[in-house]
Ligand binder design. Structure first.
Ligand code: ZN
Length: 241
């Protein structure tokens, strides 16, 4: 990519994050458009409409970046068959295995502990796990992830110039937050490393894989001044801590 792109990415929120849906963010730089996360199947028309509002069609999206493969972040990749998809292979493998084990009627509860070993540290852990399984059975569909040939694993591919991936793997292994450098303050597309502005208890999403790391990830994102786009909340400006 030409090096003059590095200083002028613009970030626009296409779908604002909320307790029931993940944020979906459009990054644009000199006609190069990147989508961070793609939402759930029932949000497909909202994404198309929001893109239209920006004068864009799905085929204008050159690249997708996936923060992680939880169902609420990734299930409209298939709307963009011409885009390259940047994501962590570690995160992909983890989610494929998790969602496959959750289909196991007999053993799913025991198997889920492989992925969420701290489950029983939480109140209402049973409810959390049942919710995770219910969502998995209802929505998980690997066909909506896009085709294998589209993937560019971030373990060995750099993101488009001017975008930096920050590994924030407390939420799930391989989770990526995106730092968008521009001439003023950086924008942080946090994904679920920072679910919401204040603390995160009411978000309809999973407990972290590693609570200590999750708290460190959040702190790291909030250590610098900038514009912050959480995974499940409205954006906010932060002065740094
Ligand atoms: Zn998540």
């Amino acid at each position: 990519m030409r090096s003059d792109r590095s200083a002028s990415w613009q970030a626009r929120v296409l779908l604002p994050g909320s307790w029931r849906g993940a944020s979906c963010v459009l990054l644009s730089n000199a006609g190069y458009h990147v989508l961070v996360d793609t939402g759930m199947p029932h949000e497909a028309h909202l994404i198309s409409k929001a893109l239209e509002g920006c004068g864009l069609h799905p085929q204008d999206i050159r690249s997708i970046i996936i923060t992680h493969f939880h169902v609420d972040h990734v299930l409209n990749n298939s709307l963009f068959p011409g885009s390259e998809i940047y994501a962590s292979q570690q995160g992909y493998d983890w989610a494929m295995a998790l969602y496959s084990d959750l289909q196991d009627n007999q053993n799913w509860e025991k198997l889920a502990l492989k992925y969420y070993p701290e489950t029983h540290d939480y109140d209402r852990s049973q409810t959390h796990m049942e919710k995770l399984r219910k969502i998995a059975l209802r929505w998980w569909d690997p066909k909506r992830l896009g085709s294998c040939s589209q993937f560019r694993w971030t373990e060995n591919h750099a993101l488009p110039e001017g975008l930096q991936g920050l590994v924030t793997c407390g939420h799930v292994p391989g989770h990526l937050s995106i730092i968008v450098e521009n001439s003023e303050q950086p924008t942080f597309v946090a994904g679920d490393a920072l679910l919401s502005r204040d603390h995160d208890a009411d978000i309809l999403t999973m407990i972290p894989v590693n609570r200590k790391l999750f708290e460190a990830d959040r702190k790291q994102i909030l250590s610098r001044a900038g514009r912050i786009l959480p995974g499940h909340d409205q954006e906010f400006a932060f002065a740094g801590s």
